[in-house]
Design a protein around this ligand. Structure first.
Ligand code: GDP
Ligand code: IMO
Ligand code: MG
Length: 433
Protein backbone atom coordinates (compact mmCIF):
# COMPACT_ATOMS: atom_id res chain seq x y z
CA UNK A 1 0.00 0.00 0.00
CA UNK A 2 1.28 3.49 -0.85
CA UNK A 3 1.57 6.34 1.63
CA UNK A 4 -1.14 8.89 2.40
CA UNK A 5 -0.38 12.58 2.85
CA UNK A 6 -2.66 14.89 4.79
CA UNK A 7 -2.04 18.60 4.07
CA UNK A 8 -3.57 21.97 4.80
CA UNK A 9 -5.25 23.42 1.71
CA UNK A 10 -5.68 27.03 2.90
CA UNK A 11 -3.54 29.28 5.15
CA UNK A 12 -3.02 26.75 7.96
CA UNK A 13 -5.11 25.76 10.98
CA UNK A 14 -7.56 23.78 8.85
CA UNK A 15 -7.81 21.00 11.41
CA UNK A 16 -4.93 18.85 10.14
CA UNK A 17 -4.17 17.65 13.66
CA UNK A 18 -7.67 16.39 14.26
CA UNK A 19 -7.90 14.70 10.85
CA UNK A 20 -4.43 13.13 11.17
CA UNK A 21 -5.30 11.73 14.59
CA UNK A 22 -8.49 10.27 13.13
CA UNK A 23 -6.71 8.67 10.17
CA UNK A 24 -3.90 7.40 12.39
CA UNK A 25 -6.23 4.77 13.83
CA UNK A 26 -5.25 2.81 10.71
CA UNK A 27 -1.61 3.88 10.37
CA UNK A 28 1.63 2.22 11.46
CA UNK A 29 3.70 5.39 11.02
CA UNK A 30 2.71 9.06 11.37
CA UNK A 31 5.29 11.47 10.01
CA UNK A 32 5.92 15.22 9.96
CA UNK A 33 7.95 16.32 6.92
CA UNK A 34 8.35 20.10 7.15
CA UNK A 35 7.98 23.11 9.42
CA UNK A 36 8.58 23.20 13.13
CA UNK A 37 6.83 24.53 16.17
CA UNK A 38 5.30 27.37 14.19
CA UNK A 39 2.61 24.68 13.80
CA UNK A 40 -0.05 24.14 16.45
CA UNK A 41 -2.17 21.03 15.87
CA UNK A 42 -5.08 20.50 18.23
CA UNK A 43 -6.56 17.16 19.29
CA UNK A 44 -9.57 16.77 21.55
CA UNK A 45 -9.85 13.23 22.86
CA UNK A 46 -12.54 12.38 25.43
CA UNK A 47 -12.88 16.10 26.13
CA UNK A 48 -9.15 16.59 26.82
CA UNK A 49 -7.36 19.05 24.53
CA UNK A 50 -3.75 18.48 23.48
CA UNK A 51 -1.89 20.92 21.23
CA UNK A 52 1.10 19.44 19.41
CA UNK A 53 3.75 21.57 17.77
CA UNK A 54 6.36 19.17 16.44
CA UNK A 55 5.47 15.55 17.24
CA UNK A 56 3.00 14.17 14.67
CA UNK A 57 -0.65 14.15 15.69
CA UNK A 58 -1.15 10.39 15.48
CA UNK A 59 1.20 9.81 18.41
CA UNK A 60 -1.68 9.37 20.86
CA UNK A 61 -2.68 6.23 18.98
CA UNK A 62 -0.61 3.66 20.83
CA UNK A 63 -0.02 1.49 17.77
CA UNK A 64 1.78 4.15 15.77
CA UNK A 65 5.42 5.05 15.41
CA UNK A 66 5.81 8.84 15.25
CA UNK A 67 8.56 10.22 13.02
CA UNK A 68 9.85 13.77 12.67
CA UNK A 69 11.42 13.89 9.22
CA UNK A 70 14.56 15.53 7.86
CA UNK A 71 12.54 18.37 6.30
CA UNK A 72 11.54 19.66 9.75
CA UNK A 73 13.24 22.18 11.99
CA UNK A 74 13.36 21.26 15.68
CA UNK A 75 13.63 23.38 18.79
CA UNK A 76 15.16 20.87 21.25
CA UNK A 77 13.59 22.54 24.27
CA UNK A 78 10.10 22.49 22.73
CA UNK A 79 10.50 18.87 21.65
CA UNK A 80 11.50 17.85 25.19
CA UNK A 81 8.50 19.73 26.65
CA UNK A 82 6.26 17.96 24.17
CA UNK A 83 7.63 14.55 25.10
CA UNK A 84 6.85 15.41 28.75
CA UNK A 85 3.33 16.58 27.85
CA UNK A 86 2.66 13.40 25.89
CA UNK A 87 3.88 11.25 28.76
CA UNK A 88 1.53 13.16 31.07
CA UNK A 89 -1.29 12.48 28.58
CA UNK A 90 -0.62 8.77 28.94
CA UNK A 91 1.42 8.11 25.78
CA UNK A 92 3.60 5.09 26.51
CA UNK A 93 6.64 3.55 24.86
CA UNK A 94 7.82 6.80 23.30
CA UNK A 95 11.43 5.64 23.61
CA UNK A 96 10.56 2.94 21.06
CA UNK A 97 7.97 4.74 18.95
CA UNK A 98 9.26 8.29 18.54
CA UNK A 99 12.01 8.71 15.97
CA UNK A 100 13.66 12.04 15.14
CA UNK A 101 15.53 12.20 11.86
CA UNK A 102 19.23 12.85 12.25
CA UNK A 103 18.90 15.08 9.18
CA UNK A 104 16.36 17.52 10.69
CA UNK A 105 17.76 20.99 11.37
CA UNK A 106 18.02 22.46 14.86
CA UNK A 107 16.40 25.74 15.90
CA UNK A 108 18.86 27.48 18.23
CA UNK A 109 18.15 30.39 20.60
CA UNK A 110 19.78 32.91 18.26
CA UNK A 111 17.41 31.92 15.43
CA UNK A 112 14.49 33.02 17.60
CA UNK A 113 16.17 36.27 18.53
CA UNK A 114 16.95 37.06 14.88
CA UNK A 115 13.35 36.20 13.86
CA UNK A 116 11.90 38.60 16.44
CA UNK A 117 14.47 41.35 15.78
CA UNK A 118 13.74 41.21 12.04
CA UNK A 119 10.00 41.45 12.59
CA UNK A 120 10.46 44.33 15.01
CA UNK A 121 12.72 46.20 12.58
CA UNK A 122 10.30 45.63 9.68
CA UNK A 123 7.51 47.50 11.49
CA UNK A 124 4.43 47.64 9.28
CA UNK A 125 6.30 45.60 6.64
CA UNK A 126 6.49 42.58 8.96
CA UNK A 127 5.39 39.11 7.90
CA UNK A 128 3.66 38.37 11.20
CA UNK A 129 5.79 35.29 11.88
CA UNK A 130 5.27 33.11 14.92
CA UNK A 131 8.66 34.24 16.27
CA UNK A 132 9.79 30.65 16.69
CA UNK A 133 12.99 31.05 14.64
CA UNK A 134 11.66 29.09 11.67
CA UNK A 135 12.82 31.45 8.90
CA UNK A 136 16.37 31.97 10.23
CA UNK A 137 16.83 28.19 10.74
CA UNK A 138 15.78 27.37 7.17
CA UNK A 139 18.03 30.22 5.95
CA UNK A 140 21.01 28.62 7.68
CA UNK A 141 20.02 25.27 6.16
CA UNK A 142 19.98 26.74 2.64
CA UNK A 143 23.24 28.59 3.31
CA UNK A 144 24.84 25.28 4.39
CA UNK A 145 25.81 26.48 7.82
CA UNK A 146 22.86 24.91 9.71
CA UNK A 147 23.13 22.42 12.54
CA UNK A 148 21.35 19.08 12.12
CA UNK A 149 20.26 16.61 14.79
CA UNK A 150 23.27 14.45 13.86
CA UNK A 151 25.48 17.40 14.86
CA UNK A 152 23.48 18.22 17.99
CA UNK A 153 24.12 14.82 19.50
CA UNK A 154 27.90 15.17 19.00
CA UNK A 155 28.86 17.47 21.88
CA UNK A 156 32.13 18.70 20.44
CA UNK A 157 30.80 19.39 17.00
CA UNK A 158 27.69 21.01 18.45
CA UNK A 159 29.70 23.42 20.61
CA UNK A 160 31.84 24.45 17.62
CA UNK A 161 28.80 24.98 15.44
CA UNK A 162 26.95 27.00 18.09
CA UNK A 163 29.97 29.33 18.43
CA UNK A 164 30.12 29.82 14.66
CA UNK A 165 26.34 30.30 14.48
CA UNK A 166 26.40 32.92 17.21
CA UNK A 167 29.16 34.85 15.47
CA UNK A 168 27.08 35.01 12.34
CA UNK A 169 23.83 35.79 14.20
CA UNK A 170 25.59 38.57 16.12
CA UNK A 171 26.46 40.29 12.87
CA UNK A 172 22.75 40.33 11.96
CA UNK A 173 21.62 41.35 15.45
CA UNK A 174 24.17 44.16 15.46
CA UNK A 175 22.92 45.46 12.11
CA UNK A 176 19.34 45.36 13.43
CA UNK A 177 20.29 47.18 16.63
CA UNK A 178 19.23 44.13 18.69
CA UNK A 179 21.02 42.59 21.66
CA UNK A 180 24.02 40.44 20.70
CA UNK A 181 25.26 37.29 22.49
CA UNK A 182 28.30 37.72 24.73
CA UNK A 183 30.62 35.50 26.79
CA UNK A 184 28.59 34.14 29.68
CA UNK A 185 25.33 33.97 27.74
CA UNK A 186 27.04 31.99 24.98
CA UNK A 187 28.68 29.55 27.42
CA UNK A 188 25.34 29.07 29.15
CA UNK A 189 23.68 28.38 25.79
CA UNK A 190 26.27 25.72 24.94
CA UNK A 191 25.77 24.04 28.32
CA UNK A 192 21.99 24.02 27.94
CA UNK A 193 22.20 22.59 24.42
CA UNK A 194 24.49 19.83 25.69
CA UNK A 195 21.84 18.99 28.30
CA UNK A 196 19.08 18.86 25.67
CA UNK A 197 21.24 16.69 23.41
CA UNK A 198 21.80 14.17 26.17
CA UNK A 199 18.07 13.76 26.68
CA UNK A 200 17.23 13.64 22.96
CA UNK A 201 20.02 11.28 21.87
CA UNK A 202 17.92 8.08 22.30
CA UNK A 203 15.28 9.40 19.90
CA UNK A 204 17.62 10.47 17.06
CA UNK A 205 18.31 8.13 14.15
CA UNK A 206 18.05 7.27 10.47
CA UNK A 207 14.36 7.93 9.88
CA UNK A 208 14.73 7.71 6.11
CA UNK A 209 15.85 4.08 6.11
CA UNK A 210 13.16 3.21 8.68
CA UNK A 211 10.50 4.65 6.36
CA UNK A 212 11.96 2.91 3.31
CA UNK A 213 11.72 -0.38 5.18
CA UNK A 214 8.21 0.40 6.38
CA UNK A 215 7.05 0.95 2.79
CA UNK A 216 8.83 -2.18 1.59
CA UNK A 217 7.15 -4.18 4.37
CA UNK A 218 3.71 -2.95 3.35
CA UNK A 219 3.20 -0.90 6.51
CA UNK A 220 0.81 2.04 6.43
CA UNK A 221 2.51 5.42 6.43
CA UNK A 222 0.59 8.65 7.04
CA UNK A 223 2.38 11.95 6.46
CA UNK A 224 1.12 15.08 8.21
CA UNK A 225 1.70 18.51 6.71
CA UNK A 226 2.02 21.72 8.67
CA UNK A 227 0.80 25.18 7.63
CA UNK A 228 -1.12 25.17 4.34
CA UNK A 229 -0.84 25.54 0.57
CA UNK A 230 -1.05 29.35 0.60
CA UNK A 231 1.83 29.53 3.09
CA UNK A 232 4.09 27.44 0.80
CA UNK A 233 7.43 29.13 0.20
CA UNK A 234 7.18 28.79 -3.60
CA UNK A 235 3.46 28.79 -4.35
CA UNK A 236 1.89 30.69 -1.48
CA UNK A 237 1.29 34.42 -1.12
CA UNK A 238 5.02 35.23 -1.09
CA UNK A 239 6.58 36.95 0.86
CA UNK A 240 3.76 36.39 3.37
CA UNK A 241 4.52 32.69 3.66
CA UNK A 242 6.49 30.34 5.87
CA UNK A 243 10.04 29.30 5.02
CA UNK A 244 9.35 25.71 3.98
CA UNK A 245 7.43 23.91 1.27
CA UNK A 246 4.10 22.88 2.70
CA UNK A 247 2.77 20.99 -0.32
CA UNK A 248 2.30 17.23 -0.62
CA UNK A 249 5.19 17.03 -3.09
CA UNK A 250 7.51 17.94 -0.28
CA UNK A 251 6.38 14.96 1.78
CA UNK A 252 8.84 12.91 -0.28
CA UNK A 253 11.81 15.28 0.02
CA UNK A 254 11.16 16.00 3.69
CA UNK A 255 11.39 12.29 4.58
CA UNK A 256 13.50 10.67 1.88
CA UNK A 257 10.59 8.67 0.49
CA UNK A 258 10.27 8.65 -3.29
CA UNK A 259 7.43 10.54 -5.02
CA UNK A 260 5.96 7.26 -6.25
CA UNK A 261 5.63 6.01 -2.67
CA UNK A 262 2.68 8.40 -2.26
CA UNK A 263 -0.75 7.23 -3.39
CA UNK A 264 -3.28 9.48 -1.69
CA UNK A 265 -3.36 13.16 -0.80
CA UNK A 266 -6.03 14.34 1.59
CA UNK A 267 -6.63 18.08 1.47
CA UNK A 268 -7.86 19.46 4.77
CA UNK A 269 -10.00 22.59 4.39
CA UNK A 270 -12.37 24.51 6.62
CA UNK A 271 -15.84 25.28 5.29
CA UNK A 272 -14.69 28.92 5.44
CA UNK A 273 -11.22 30.49 5.45
CA UNK A 274 -8.87 31.85 8.12
CA UNK A 275 -5.40 33.33 8.12
CA UNK A 276 -3.15 34.49 10.93
CA UNK A 277 -0.38 37.02 10.36
CA UNK A 278 -0.07 39.55 7.55
CA UNK A 279 -0.65 39.11 3.83
CA UNK A 280 -3.34 38.96 1.15
CA UNK A 281 -6.70 37.36 1.95
CA UNK A 282 -9.28 38.11 -0.77
CA UNK A 283 -12.38 36.77 1.01
CA UNK A 284 -11.58 38.26 4.43
CA UNK A 285 -14.68 39.60 6.22
CA UNK A 286 -13.94 42.60 8.37
CA UNK A 287 -16.40 43.71 11.05
CA UNK A 288 -19.17 41.92 12.98
CA UNK A 289 -19.72 39.05 10.55
CA UNK A 290 -16.02 38.12 10.60
CA UNK A 291 -16.07 38.38 14.40
CA UNK A 292 -19.09 36.11 14.54
CA UNK A 293 -17.19 33.42 12.63
CA UNK A 294 -14.13 33.95 14.86
CA UNK A 295 -16.23 33.54 18.00
CA UNK A 296 -18.17 30.52 16.75
CA UNK A 297 -15.03 28.83 15.42
CA UNK A 298 -12.78 29.75 18.37
CA UNK A 299 -10.39 31.20 15.82
CA UNK A 300 -7.39 32.06 17.95
CA UNK A 301 -3.93 30.72 17.12
CA UNK A 302 -2.97 27.40 18.72
CA UNK A 303 0.68 28.52 18.82
CA UNK A 304 0.63 32.27 19.49
CA UNK A 305 -2.95 32.88 20.67
CA UNK A 306 -3.32 35.63 18.03
CA UNK A 307 -6.75 36.36 16.56
CA UNK A 308 -7.22 34.62 13.24
CA UNK A 309 -8.63 36.68 10.38
CA UNK A 310 -11.83 35.07 9.06
CA UNK A 311 -13.57 35.02 5.67
CA UNK A 312 -15.72 33.01 3.30
CA UNK A 313 -14.59 29.86 1.53
CA UNK A 314 -12.44 30.70 -1.49
CA UNK A 315 -12.77 28.18 -4.31
CA UNK A 316 -10.23 29.97 -6.52
CA UNK A 317 -7.67 29.40 -3.81
CA UNK A 318 -8.88 25.88 -2.99
CA UNK A 319 -8.84 24.69 -6.62
CA UNK A 320 -5.28 26.00 -6.90
CA UNK A 321 -4.37 24.09 -3.73
CA UNK A 322 -5.92 20.93 -5.16
CA UNK A 323 -3.76 21.19 -8.29
CA UNK A 324 -0.59 22.06 -6.37
CA UNK A 325 -1.04 19.02 -4.14
CA UNK A 326 -2.57 16.49 -6.56
CA UNK A 327 -5.37 16.27 -4.00
CA UNK A 328 -7.28 12.99 -4.19
CA UNK A 329 -9.69 13.50 -1.27
CA UNK A 330 -11.11 16.35 0.76
CA UNK A 331 -11.51 16.45 4.54
CA UNK A 332 -13.95 19.27 5.25
CA UNK A 333 -13.74 20.68 8.77
CA UNK A 334 -15.63 23.11 10.99
CA UNK A 335 -18.91 22.72 9.12
CA UNK A 336 -20.72 23.22 12.44
CA UNK A 337 -19.33 26.76 12.71
CA UNK A 338 -21.45 27.87 9.73
CA UNK A 339 -24.72 26.65 11.26
CA UNK A 340 -27.17 29.45 11.95
CA UNK A 341 -26.11 31.76 9.11
CA UNK A 342 -29.00 32.75 6.75
CA UNK A 343 -26.75 32.49 3.72
CA UNK A 344 -23.31 31.09 3.12
CA UNK A 345 -21.11 32.70 0.54
CA UNK A 346 -18.54 30.89 -1.57
CA UNK A 347 -16.04 32.75 -3.78
CA UNK A 348 -16.02 31.33 -7.31
CA UNK A 349 -13.76 33.81 -9.14
CA UNK A 350 -11.61 36.90 -8.63
CA UNK A 351 -12.65 39.98 -10.60
CA UNK A 352 -10.03 42.60 -11.47
CA UNK A 353 -11.75 45.40 -13.40
CA UNK A 354 -13.46 43.70 -16.33
CA UNK A 355 -11.35 40.53 -16.21
CA UNK A 356 -11.89 37.44 -14.14
CA UNK A 357 -8.99 35.51 -12.64
CA UNK A 358 -9.36 31.79 -12.08
CA UNK A 359 -6.05 31.40 -10.23
CA UNK A 360 -4.43 33.52 -7.50
CA UNK A 361 -1.95 36.11 -8.86
CA UNK A 362 1.79 36.01 -8.06
CA UNK A 363 2.36 39.67 -7.19
CA UNK A 364 1.20 40.68 -3.70
CA UNK A 365 0.11 44.11 -4.99
CA UNK A 366 -2.29 42.45 -7.45
CA UNK A 367 -4.48 41.38 -4.53
CA UNK A 368 -5.43 44.98 -3.76
CA UNK A 369 -7.60 45.14 -6.93
CA UNK A 370 -9.36 41.79 -6.48
CA UNK A 371 -13.14 41.79 -6.05
CA UNK A 372 -14.25 38.28 -5.07
CA UNK A 373 -17.22 36.97 -7.07
CA UNK A 374 -19.57 35.15 -4.69
CA UNK A 375 -22.23 32.52 -5.06
CA UNK A 376 -24.75 32.57 -2.24
CA UNK A 377 -25.94 29.23 -0.87
CA UNK A 378 -28.77 28.67 1.60
CA UNK A 379 -27.77 28.40 5.24
CA UNK A 380 -28.63 25.58 7.65
CA UNK A 381 -29.54 25.09 11.28
CA UNK A 382 -27.38 23.47 13.96
CA UNK A 383 -27.84 19.75 14.64
CA UNK A 384 -27.99 17.74 17.83
CA UNK A 385 -25.22 15.33 18.89
CA UNK A 386 -22.53 13.98 16.59
CA UNK A 387 -23.91 12.85 13.23
CA UNK A 388 -22.18 9.72 11.95
CA UNK A 389 -23.38 9.91 8.35
CA UNK A 390 -23.94 12.67 5.82
CA UNK A 391 -27.65 11.79 5.72
CA UNK A 392 -27.99 12.99 9.31
CA UNK A 393 -26.92 16.52 8.34
CA UNK A 394 -29.44 19.21 7.36
CA UNK A 395 -30.10 19.72 3.65
CA UNK A 396 -28.20 23.04 3.45
CA UNK A 397 -25.08 21.40 4.90
CA UNK A 398 -25.33 18.46 2.49
CA UNK A 399 -25.70 20.89 -0.43
CA UNK A 400 -22.63 22.83 0.63
CA UNK A 401 -20.55 19.64 0.88
CA UNK A 402 -21.69 18.48 -2.57
CA UNK A 403 -21.07 21.94 -4.04
CA UNK A 404 -17.46 22.04 -2.80
CA UNK A 405 -16.75 18.44 -3.81
CA UNK A 406 -18.14 19.08 -7.33
CA UNK A 407 -16.15 22.29 -7.71
CA UNK A 408 -12.90 20.53 -6.78
CA UNK A 409 -13.71 17.34 -8.64
CA UNK A 410 -12.66 15.12 -5.71
CA UNK A 411 -14.64 13.10 -3.20
CA UNK A 412 -15.11 14.13 0.40
CA UNK A 413 -13.43 11.55 2.61
CA UNK A 414 -14.26 13.07 5.98
CA UNK A 415 -16.47 15.76 7.45
CA UNK A 416 -15.63 17.21 10.82
CA UNK A 417 -18.56 18.55 12.81
CA UNK A 418 -16.78 19.56 16.03
CA UNK A 419 -13.33 19.53 17.64
CA UNK A 420 -13.75 16.11 19.32
CA UNK A 421 -12.22 12.97 17.87
CA UNK A 422 -15.63 11.35 17.58
CA UNK A 423 -17.24 14.39 15.90
CA UNK A 424 -16.20 13.03 12.55
CA UNK A 425 -18.20 11.60 9.66
CA UNK A 426 -16.13 9.16 7.70
CA UNK A 427 -17.13 8.65 4.08
CA UNK A 428 -13.95 7.04 2.80
CA UNK A 429 -10.59 6.32 4.42
CA UNK A 430 -7.73 5.61 2.00
CA UNK A 431 -5.80 3.94 4.86
CA UNK A 432 -8.65 1.54 5.51
CA UNK A 433 -10.35 0.98 2.16
P1 GDP B 1 -4.27 22.55 12.47
O1 GDP B 1 -3.13 23.48 12.70
O2 GDP B 1 -4.62 22.42 11.03
O3 GDP B 1 -4.09 21.22 13.12
O4 GDP B 1 -5.54 23.24 13.19
P2 GDP B 1 -5.55 23.97 14.63
O5 GDP B 1 -5.54 22.95 15.68
O6 GDP B 1 -4.53 25.04 14.68
O7 GDP B 1 -6.94 24.73 14.55
C1 GDP B 1 -8.14 24.04 14.39
C2 GDP B 1 -9.04 24.38 15.58
O8 GDP B 1 -10.36 24.00 15.28
C3 GDP B 1 -8.68 23.64 16.85
O9 GDP B 1 -9.05 24.41 17.95
C4 GDP B 1 -9.55 22.38 16.76
O10 GDP B 1 -9.82 21.81 18.03
C5 GDP B 1 -10.80 22.95 16.15
N1 GDP B 1 -11.55 22.05 15.28
C6 GDP B 1 -11.11 21.08 14.43
N2 GDP B 1 -12.14 20.57 13.72
C7 GDP B 1 -13.24 21.22 14.12
C8 GDP B 1 -14.61 21.16 13.73
O11 GDP B 1 -15.02 20.42 12.86
N3 GDP B 1 -15.47 22.02 14.37
C9 GDP B 1 -15.07 22.88 15.34
N4 GDP B 1 -15.96 23.67 15.89
N5 GDP B 1 -13.78 22.96 15.73
C10 GDP B 1 -12.90 22.15 15.12
P1 IMO C 1 -0.40 25.02 11.41
O1 IMO C 1 0.46 23.83 11.08
C1 IMO C 1 -1.29 29.19 10.53
C2 IMO C 1 2.12 31.76 9.45
C3 IMO C 1 2.48 32.86 10.43
C4 IMO C 1 3.02 33.90 9.46
C5 IMO C 1 3.74 33.04 8.43
C6 IMO C 1 5.24 32.93 8.66
O2 IMO C 1 -0.86 25.06 12.82
O3 IMO C 1 -1.48 25.17 10.40
P2 IMO C 1 6.72 31.56 10.40
O4 IMO C 1 6.77 31.61 11.88
O5 IMO C 1 6.39 30.23 9.83
O6 IMO C 1 7.94 32.15 9.75
O7 IMO C 1 5.50 32.56 10.01
O8 IMO C 1 3.16 31.77 8.49
N1 IMO C 1 2.07 30.39 10.05
C7 IMO C 1 0.93 29.74 10.31
N2 IMO C 1 -0.36 30.11 10.20
N3 IMO C 1 -0.98 27.94 10.93
C8 IMO C 1 0.30 27.53 11.03
O9 IMO C 1 0.63 26.26 11.29
C9 IMO C 1 1.33 28.46 10.75
N4 IMO C 1 2.67 28.41 10.77
C10 IMO C 1 3.12 29.60 10.33
O10 IMO C 1 1.34 33.32 11.13
O11 IMO C 1 1.95 34.53 8.80
MG1 MG D 1 -2.64 25.22 13.78
Amino acid sequence: MGCTVCVGAQWGDEGKGKITDWLAAHADYVVRFQGGNNAGHTLVIDGVQTVLHIVPSGVLREGTCAVVGNGCVIDPEVLLQEIELLTARGATGLDKRLLISDGAHVILPFHKRVDKAREHAAGSGRIGTTGRGIGPTYEDKAARRGMRMVDLVDDQRAAKMVRAGVMYANSILDALGAEMYRGAELEDMIARIKGHAARLRPFVGDATTRLHEAVENGERVLLEGAQGAMLDLDHGTYPYVTSSNTLAGHAAVGTGLGPRDIDHVILVAKAYTTRVGEGPFPTEIKGPLGERIRDRGGEYGATTGRERRCGWLDLVQLKYAKRLNSGTHLALTKLDVLAGFDHIKVCTAYKVGETELSVPPRAPEAYADIEPVYEELPGFEAWEGSPQSVDELPEGARNLIAYISDALGIPVAMISTGPGRDQTIQVDNPLNP
